[in-house]
Design a protein around this ligand. Structure first.
Ligand SMILES: *[C@@H]1O[C@H](CO)[C@@H](O)[C@H](O)[C@H]1NC(C)=O
Ligand SMILES: *[C@@H]1O[C@H](CO)[C@@H](O)[C@H](O)[C@H]1NC(C)=O
Ligand SMILES: *[C@@H]1O[C@H](CO)[C@@H](O)[C@H](O)[C@H]1NC(C)=O
Ligand SMILES: *[C@@H]1O[C@H](CO)[C@@H](O)[C@H](O)[C@H]1NC(C)=O
Length: 546
């Protein structure tokens, strides 16, 4: 300007935070009075003003002043102390932990770029070497052995790459090494007792082991496994205090199946075993095993029959002494007894042979559907004696030992109807029963007749009331027959409604009138089997009384 002007400046670094950094003089020269921290402010925004002598604004200018970073911050770790616990079974190369640092200087410049370095390890063991990579991940080479060093202390440094000056800071890493399973349990002895057969819950064996790993840790606690336990009779558990293996019977043992049981028991720890050599590390080694013998004590078993239900066939009316069946209980020293409802048989207490002492009758009330059941007991000589049971079912084969019988031996016939039914039954079953054949014996011609079929009407002339005896022969299918006297009372039902009230007087009258009266009977035989009942067969008896 050709005229005098005044310079003025305001904004950040002048009258706004950070205040008092910059000033301007009347030559227009800018002065810096104190440092500005790049990490607080990377740029200052100011306004530059020019005024005329009358103080009116001549011109105005925005100014931006960029702050240049210097390397005034070292990389800083997030924590001063990192602490971890790791198991000694960790294999070399595995990540133990990661440390992290941050440098506040301008990003992407050597002033904020840094690397990690392990400066010091305590204790320093030749077999254990620690490493840190550019991401801060710490790993190791070699072996961790709790028995050698329980803890490692590492001094880790982060150092930036500042060109003029390089800044660094450090942190401490404490690595606690937990005892792992680098010792297998070893068997040191056993306590044995006998086990009673048929018993569960008893412990016939206690195995003792020793383990050099930290007591009560998973590396110390024993885990037992049973081999060769056919039938799954045993279970083994670990005593939490002593680490003993306690063998328990969970399924009853049978002395008769063997007085001794040989098992093999192996032991391991809860965590897999490993061993570390500096070059390589092997894991999951098999624990030792031991052969043991469990002795089983005999106790009295109840006698057991070879079969619980046995069947036999016996002919009805077989002679006394007929051998029926032999039943034997497994227990050799037991005696046999039978519960026999009708007392038909006897059982040899020693051999179990069953023979008849009575002639068996199929028609006995104790025979159900042709089967006679006997309950057999085998009693041993134990204290107290134990009993086993079995059932013998004797199928009694039928014989034709029963004759057909009449259901009634007297009949009433009204003169008006002159027809009646006679019925018979047989205790024997097919083919020894019906259908029956009926015959009339004696001189019945023109008096009584058996009707060959149903529904046949007969002529009826006059009828005289009175008692009659008819000889009836009834044969079963095999021709076995019975002869019966059938009393028939003929009465005039129009005089009295029923025969019954007449019977007495009729009998009297008849005794005095023998020879006067003769009768003719018609008996009808039921021929069609479809019309007959199984046991009871009907015939129609016709009377033709003159
Ligand atoms: C880094 O810091 C130094 C001073 O320590 C400085 O001279 C240099 O310019 C800085 N570099 C960058 C890229 O900011
Ligand atoms: C005889 O038996 C037959 C068939 O059951 C029946 O129809 C008839 O009425 C009977 N007769 C007498 C007199 O009971
Ligand atoms: C029954 O008795 C009455 C009276 O005595 C007689 O009239 C009748 O003829 C008799 N009936 C027969 C079927 O004999
Ligand atoms: C039938 O009666 C006759 C004569 O009364 C007698 O001898 C015979 O024993 C009787 N039969 C039966 C089976 O009762």
């Amino acid at each position: 300007r050709e005229y005098l002007v005044y310079f003025d400046i305001y904004g950040e670094g002048v009258d706004k935070e950070p205040k008092g950094v910059i000033s301007i003089n009347q030559d227009g020269t800018l002065f810096v009075h104190k440092p500005v921290d790049y990490e607080m402010k990377t740029m200052l925004k100011l306004v530059f003003e020019v005024r005329k002598p009358d103080f009116l604004i001549d011109t105005k200018l925005g100014v931006e002043i960029y702050i240049q970073d210097i390397n005034d911050n070292p990389p800083r770790f997030h924590r001063d102390l990192y602490e971890i616990s790791i198991g000694e079974e960790n294999t070399q190369g595995s990540l133990l932990l990661r440390v992290m640092a941050y440098d506040r200087d301008q990003r992407g410049t050597p002033n904020s770029t840094f690397h990690y370095e392990i400066k010091h390890v305590s204790p320093n063991i030749a077999d254990t070497e620690f490493f840190i990579d550019e991401s801060g991940a710490i790993s190791f080479k070699g072996c961790l052995d709790h028995e050698v060093a329980e803890m490692f202390t590492l001094l880790v440094e982060a150092k930036d790459h500042g060109e003029v000056v390089s800044l660094s800071s450090s942190t401490t890493v404490a690595i606690h090494v937990q005892d792992g399973n680098d010792h297998l349990p070893t068997f040191t002895g056993q306590t044995v007792s006998k086990v009673k057969e048929g018993e569960i819950g008893s412990s016939p064996l206690r195995l003792h082991v020793a383990d050099e790993d930290t007591p009560k840790s998973p590396a110390w606690r024993a885990r037992y496994t049973i081999q060769g336990d056919k039938g799954g009779h045993f279970e083994i558990k670990t005593d939490p205090d002593t680490n003993d293996g306690i063998l328990t019977v969970v399924k009853p043992l049978d002395f008769e199946e063997g007085a001794q049981r040989e098992l093999s028991i192996s032991v391991e720890n809860e965590v897999p075993y490993f061993s570390c050599k500096v070059k390589e590390r092997t894991s999951s080694g098999q624990g030792p095993s031991v052969k043991i013998i469990v002795e089983v004590e005999d106790v009295n078993d109840p006698p057991v029959f070879a079969v619980t239900v046995k069947e036999a066939v016996l002919k009805e009316n077989s002679p006394i002494g007929t051998w029926v069946e032999k039943v034997t209980a497994v227990d050799p020293d037991s005696s046999h007894v039978a519960h026999d409802p009708s007392g038909w048989v006897t059982v040899d207490p020693n051999t179990g042979d069953i023979t008849t002492v009575k002639s068996p009758d199929r028609e006995s009330p104790h025979v159900v559907n042709g089967v006679y059941s006997i309950l057999l007991y085998a009693v041993d000589k134990g204290e107290p004696p134990l009993t086993g049971t079995s059932t013998l079912q004797i199928h009694v084969t039928d014989l034709n030992d029963n004759l057909p019988q009449m259901t009634t031996d007297y009949l009433d016939v009204c003169m008006s109807s002159s027809v009646t039914n006679i019925t018979a039954f047989d205790l024997d079953e097919n083919p020894f029963g019906g259908p029956f054949k009926f015959e009339l014996l004696g001189d019945v011609k023109g008096k009584w007749k058996l009707n060959p079929s149903y529904g046949r009407e007969t002529h009826q002339p006059g009828v005289y009331a009175g008692p009659y005896t008819i000889n009836v022969k009834i044969s079963d299918l095999q021709g076995e027959f019975g002869v019966y006297n059938l009393s028939v009372t003929v009465c005039n039902c129009s005089v009295t409604p029923t025969c019954r009230t007449q019977r007495k007087t009729a009998t009297k009258a008849a005794s005095g009138a023998i020879g006067i009266v003769f009768a003719s009977l018609l008996l009808l035989l039921c021929k069609k089997q479809a019309h007959c009942l199984f046991f009871f067969f009907l015939v129609t008896l016709y009377t033709v009384v003159l």
